[in-house]
Design a protein around this ligand. Structure first.
Ligand code: IVH
Length: 689
């Protein structure tokens, strides 16, 4: 607390120091009072400090800045999040996916130090610290003279966004570093200290928040991580304050080496300074690392907050420095992620779904259950063989997980009742009644109805109009479903022959919508050849194959007349894909549809695209997160050459946000602003039109 003793040393330098200190103190009280609604001093005490500041400012006789508490009333709400450069870059962690990779990590470190610590029976074995990997978002806290001055999100590791006001609402984060009350004093804290850690939402706070969202008719958050990110990025810190966020400190940047010489001492030091830190363990062999990994995986479900793995760090800072970093990941630490979370639930029934290519897939409808942060009520069983292998039936207790942490799947049944007869595959297509068949050597059962099957037709049309395909905006799922249901559209060529004006009287189809739809249909007539090929929905022909075909042949005619041998010569096209392409174009029905498309004025553009043709031409695009197939910077460069305008931050002027893995605040912001969001697949399609 600010001293109220009269100050007799009135040199300008001392006066300035006192003024600065009082301004910070008063700003904090303003903030607690106006934003948090939780003042910690009386109004009288506040007034006395304010008068004291006024007197000192007068005494100094210099112009008073407009943000001095004597000139402002209340803490202002920030309009946006300002960029903030971190003192030291925030690194990220490389991942180990199995025991072998953990062993290799430990071995690399032993190799680096050779004989010095090579033998684990040594007096000084290399020590590793094990920390749970919190599933939240990284924050850098800057303390100057022990006071919290800036809190910024990780951003790109070098520059983050200023979320200081919001972070101040998190009880685990001290506004002032507490002096160590053991053997040292506050003089030990460096002038500037950066503390790093993870902001997260506990499972309990998450459940409470979603119950509140539900009661208010608002959309629930998918998982605690998203909820934490959304809550931290509120322009009104009072909202953040109500969300009950938490924080664990796990690292330091600038100044860090002054307060500890190893990670385990650092954590206790940070704890003494007033931070919450996690329980950790020190070990010295990979066997012990793996043993603790298994232990934490067991404890994971009962922990009060989500963890998505374990972090192993070489404990000693000097040795860490000697190991250094590769790219943006330190060589002295690694994250060992957990395998997908598995939960148990009951199957209510098994349904058979018909996909675009006619494949009939068994799907389990289940008692809704939370897994990997989302509620799941359906899970794929892939095919009839899998269904039998996993012994799944209506009423079975099953283990469910999200494959790759995304698509829910049934792993196996538990306590199988052998008396039950397992479901058989249907004899006829559940959507159109046509007979089913199996291609030799394949497990999938298919509907023979082709495009006369409404389920296949619907999926086929959805694929054709999709963004990676002909990109017909306004042709949504509901409209397609109804057009199919009413037999108004029976194949993709009908899309170009249909009289859209006749939809005038349909609910939700105003004149404007119809005009836009007609314009979108018109525009789609000239999509590049690669997109057209992809849109046709030929088995095994995804964006990459379609692009390869288009650049090799350059006209549709050539592709339609080619043979398997020629196709196999094209890089990335194997016999299976070649057969599929040949058989697609040899089918009379498909040739007829293509002819009708051409007759209706569809002219796939085979020439090199010009910039203004590209769907992203002139669009303001933000890339966020990491992509498996392409480096973000490269993608940005490529987008620029295609006429797009890649920018760094999401605002209301952004047209599209392309989000990869681990997209954080930018994705959240996009959702908040209702901006179109695309994924990596779409990005690749755009990059290879
Ligand atoms: S240390 C150089 N420790 O995981 C070391 N990170 O993939 C940098 N995380 O960005 C991080 N728990 O957001 C560290 N105990 C922990 C962690 C942790 C969660 C997050 C953090 C980081 C990401 C790295």
């Amino acid at each position: 607390m600010e001293s109220t003793q009269p100050n007799r040393d009135n040199t300008p330098a001392t006066l300035k120091q006192r003024i600065d200190s009082l301004r910070i103190t008063l700003k904090e009280h303003n903030y607690r009072y106006y934003t948090l609604d939780t003042p910690i001093i009386t109004d009288a005490e506040y007034d006395r400090l304010l008068r004291q500041l006024e007197a000192l400012e007068t005494e100094l006789g210099e112009p008073i800045p407009s943000d001095s508490p004597t000139q402002t009333v209340g803490a202002p709400l920030s309009a946006t999040f300002q960029p903030r450069e971190h003192g030291e870059a925030l690194l990220s962690l490389a991942n180990a996916f199995d025991a072998g990779e953990v062993e290799a990590f430990v071995r690399r470190i032993h190799d680096q130090f050779g004989d010095q610590f090579g033998n684990q029976a040594d007096d000084q074995p290399l020590r590793f610290i094990i920390e749970p990997k919190i599933d939240g978002l990284a924050i850098n806290l800057r303390y100057e003279q022990g006071k919290l001055t800036v809190a910024a999100t990780r951003g790109d590791g070098t520059v983050g966004e200023d979320v200081t006001n919001n972070v101040r609402t998190i009880a685990d984060i001290p506004w002032h570093l507490q002096a160590d009350n053991t053997d040292t004093d506050s003089a030990d804290i460096p002038d500037v200290l950066e503390v790093r850690g993870e902001v997260y939402m506990s499972k309990a706070a998450f459940a409470e928040l979603n119950a509140r969202q539900d009661a208010e008719g608002a959309a629930p958050f998918a998982n605690p991580r998203n909820a934490a990110a959304g809550s931290l990025r509120q322009l009104d810190a009072r909202i953040t304050a109500r969300r009950g966020l938490n924080f664990f400190a796990y690292g330091v940047g600038v100044g860090g080496r002054h307060i500890a010489t190893n990670q385990s001492d650092l954590l206790s030091r940070l704890h003494d300074c007033g931070f919450a830190v996690q329980q950790t363990t020190l070990v010295n062999s990979s066997a012990e690392l793996l043993q603790h990994y298994r232990q934490l995986q067991q404890q994971r479900a009962s922990m009060p907050y989500d963890i998505d793995g374990v972090v192993y760090k070489l404990n000693d800072f000097e040795l860490q420095d000697r190991m250094g970093a590769v790219a943006r990941s330190p060589r002295w630490a690694i994250a060992h992620k957990f395998l997908a979370e598995e939960v148990e639930t009951t199957v209510h029934r098994i349904i058979w779904q018909v996909g675009r290519t006619g494949v009939i897939t068994p799907v389990a409808e289940m008692q809704p259950v939370a897994v990997g942060g989302v509620t799941v009520s359906r899970a794929t069983l892939h095919n009839i063989d899998e269904l039998h292998r996993k012994q799944v039936y209506a009423g079975a207790q099953v283990i469910v997980r999200r494959a790759g942490d995304v698509i829910p799947e049934v792993v196996r049944a538990v306590d199988v009742d052998e008396r039950i007869s397992f479901p058989k595959a249907p004899d006829h297509c559940p959507a159109c009644g046509a007979s089913l068949f199996r291609i030799e050597g394949e497990v999938a059962i298919r509907c023979s109805g082709g495009l006369s099957c409404p389920a296949q037709l619907t999926e086929h049309l959805r694929h054709f109009v999709s963004r990676g395909g002909m990109d017909i905006e306004g042709m949504g799922d509901k409209l397609i479903a109804r057009l199919v249901e009413e037999h108004l559209i029976t194949d993709i060529a009908d899309l170009y022959e249909f009289d859209y004006a006749s939809l005038r009287d349909w609910p939700g189809m105003g004149a404007k919508k119809i005009t836009n739809l007609q314009a979108a249909i018109e525009q789609s007539r000239h999509r590049p050849l690669a997109r057209f090929l992809y849109a046709l929905g030929i088995r095994h022909v995804g964006t990459a194959t379609a692009t390869a075909l288009a650049s090799y042949f350059s006209t549709l005619n050539h592709i339609m007349q080619t043979d398997a041998e020629t196709l196999i010569d094209i890089p990335d096209i194997g016999p299976e894909v070649a057969t599929s392409i040949i058989s697609f174009f040899s089918e009379t029905h498909n040739r007829d549809v293509i002819q009708r498309l051409l007759d209706a004025g569809v002219q796939p553009a085979s020439r090199q695209m010009t910039l203004s043709d590209h769907p992203l031409s002139g669009k303001r695009v933000v890339l966020t997160g990491s992509f498996a197939a392409i480096d973000r910077r490269m993608a940005q460069e490529k987008l620029r050459t295609l006429g797009a305008k890649p920018t760094g931050s999401v605002s209301k002027n952004t047209d599209i946000v392309i989000a990869g893995e681990k997209s954080g605040s930018k994705l959240t912001r996009a959702h908040e602003l209702g901006i179109e969001v695309a994924g990596e697949k779409q990005l690749l399609a755009w990059l290879n039109p």
